[in-house]
Design a protein around this ligand. Structure first.
Ligand code: SIN
Ligand code: MN
Length: 206
């Protein structure tokens, strides 16, 4: 497994999942979206739609609507529980997180070719001692990351299908986002677009 330290606490694992593993994960995500369809999150207060669509698996899922950002145990449209995390996702967490407890949440973002995600911090969790583990599938994304302060300088890295990135320790609260997706850069998905999974521990372990 090759890895590259991009900043203290920020580790990049190019080609973490080989092609057969990517195909298995894609199949698992198809099953998940049958039970928990992609929904369009909205910005707190304004209700402006995000350009990504999302769903979750695991005990808790991250949602956003006019009332705010939060984790909840049910899908906002179906009202049903989130599907369980696939074994493969749990194995990636065990291999990459260095954290002794399983993740509570796995957010699944789907980017159409024009979707993007503004610079933000992942800070709706109570457990910042656990890292965030991210897995990418499909088209390449230009992923931007900076520091803990919004004004800190930023750099970018191209996240390709199968790549993993982990941010923990001094990088747990870095700003990050996706400037753009490069349509047609991968043939994993039948259509252009990108899937990203972010695995998180939400609640402090007992
Ligand atoms: C996120 O920060 O929620 C997603 C990041 C990504 O799509 O790589
Ligand atoms: Mn994030």
């Amino acid at each position: 497994m090759s890895l590259l330290t991009l900043a203290p606490g920020l580790t990049y694992y190019p080609d973490y999942l080989d092609r057969p593993a990517q195909e298995r994960l894609l199949q698992a995500l198809r099953e998940i979206t049958k039970a928990a369809p992609l929904f369009t999150p909205r910005m707190p207060r304004t209700g402006k739609p995000f350009s990504v669509r999302m769903t979750n698996c695991g005990r808790l899922g991250w949602v956003s609507d006019v009332q705010g950002y939060r984790y909840q145990p049910t899908h906002p449209e179906t009202g049903g529980p989130w599907p369980p995390m696939p074994e493969q996702v749990l194995r990636a967490w065990e291999a990459l997180s260095g954290y002794p407890h399983p993740p509570d949440a796995c957010l699944i973002n789907f980017y159409e070719p024009t979707a993007r995600m503004g610079l933000h911090q992942d800070k709706d969790e109570d457990a910042f001692d656990a890292p965030v583990v991210s897995l990418s599938l499909g088209d390449t994304a230009l992923f931007r990351y900076g520091g803990v302060e919004r004004k800190d300088p930023t750099r970018s890295v191209r996240l390709r299908s199968g790549d993993a990135i982990v941010f923990g320790g001094p990088a747990r609260l870095i700003h990050h986002g996706v400037d753009r997706v490069m349509p047609g850069s991968s043939d994993l998905l039948p259509q252009a677009g990108r899937l990203n999974l972010t695995l998180r521990k939400v609640e402090k372990p007992l």
